[in-house]
Design a protein around this ligand. Structure first.
Ligand SMILES: [Zn+2]
Length: 343
């Protein structure tokens, strides 16, 4: 029996859509180094008008106003609508499964918060090719905290199973992604992964445990291979190649990250220095060599190289798939293992 009647998923959807509205603020402000609560009221980036209630009803405002600012009529990107729709749908689905069909309140809350963090990470990574440290820190902290709460509520397996599984998952995620980064550099002399992806995988492991995280990584690789090759293929379109823009000659030549730096950063992520460093920015800067809250430059015009594919969105999508279809996916893995070993 579920904790709540099944139909209450609609509440999950509504709350999720409202959370999506907040995520739109996060997605806009966090990469620019802006505070999330100052200015308190949202504003139109074009006419700077403060937004009121009629502008801020999740989903309905954007639809009702035809996707335009109520004051200056400039187009509001459809991203605002889709972030609310996606977050609402994820929350509705998690609510339905964990609270409507099952009685798993801790898992429900953990997955809903995790899903919100992942949605923000996807949209920021697609635009800026970074995942803010705060988001990766939250993902890890939420995963570990869920187990602490279970222990606090007297679940006997908490110390024996929950917490060790969470830490093992984080180690697995860190190890795989950092390993790929190191091997890509050693074997091919290339930066194979963004560091944000290493930290994202660490948080995914803490939240989904080793098996769930492993499935998420596998899905990410499949998804990345399919969509990535499509993207590279489409970018090769003749129209693009005949573009009259001259090639930039003064670009600094490609210089991959030093191996020493890969080791130093990797150890830092293993020891959670990037999370601790959010409270001690000087320490962060001394270890990682950059300011943790530095704003991305909106006009730096940096574009990924021809074949660069941001992997973060695929990782995050894989994690979302595991949250939504955990039992099915784990059943597939079990069937496959049974089949391989012929039992
Ligand atoms: Zn406006």
């Amino acid at each position: 029996m579920g904790l709540f009647p099944e139909w209450t998923w609609i509440l999950g959807f509504a709350i999720g859509a409202a959370i999506g509205s907040f995520l739109n603020v996060v997605i806009y402000r966090m990469p620019l180094g802006m505070s999330l609560n100052e200015p308190k009221n949202s504003f139109c980036p074009n006419c700077k008008h403060q937004l009121g209630i009629p502008d801020l009803i999740p989903l309905l405002s954007w639809l009702g106003l035809g996707g335009k600012c109520r004051h200056c009529r400039v187009a509001v990107p459809s991203r605002y609508f889709f972030v609310e729709l996606i977050t609402g749908s994820l929350w509705g689905a998690i609510w339905f499964q964990q609270l409507g069909l099952a009685n798993e309140p801790i898992k429900a809350v953990t997955y809903m918060i995790g899903a919100a963090i992942l949605v923000a990470a996807i949209f920021i990574d697609l635009r800026w090719y970074i995942i803010p440290d705060q988001l990766n820190a939250w993902l890890f902290v939420v995963g570990v905290t869920a187990n602490l709460v279970q222990i606090g509520m007297g679940w006997p397996g908490g110390w024996v199973w929950g917490m060790p599984a969470s830490i093992a998952g984080a180690l697995l995620g860190w190890g795989i992604l950092w390993g790929i980064t190191l091997m890509g550099r050693l074997l091919f002399g290339k930066d194979a992964m963004g560091h944000g992806d290493i930290k994202l995988a660490r948080g995914m492991g803490a939240l989904l445990f080793p098996l769930g995280a492993g499935i998420a990584f596998a899905l990410a690789i499949v998804l990345g291979a399919v969509i990535g090759s499509l993207q590279v293929f489409l970018r090769k379109s003749p129209k693009h190649a005949e573009s009259e823009e001259p090639e930039l000659e003064d670009e600094t030549p490609y210089e991959p990250e030093s191996i020493a730096s890969i080791f130093k950063c990797g150890i830092g992520y293993l020891l959670l220095f990037d999370i601790i460093g959010l409270f001690f920015p000087k320490f962060y800067k001394s270890w990682f060599g950059e300011d943790p809250f530095a704003a991305e430059d909106a006009d730096d015009g940096w574009e990924p190289s021809f074949s660069t594919i941001p992997f973060g969105p695929y990782l995050a999508a894989g994690a979302l798939a595991v949250m939504l279809a955990e039992l099915t996916l784990k059943g597939w893995v079990k069937n496959y293992i049974d089949w391989v070993f012929g039992s």
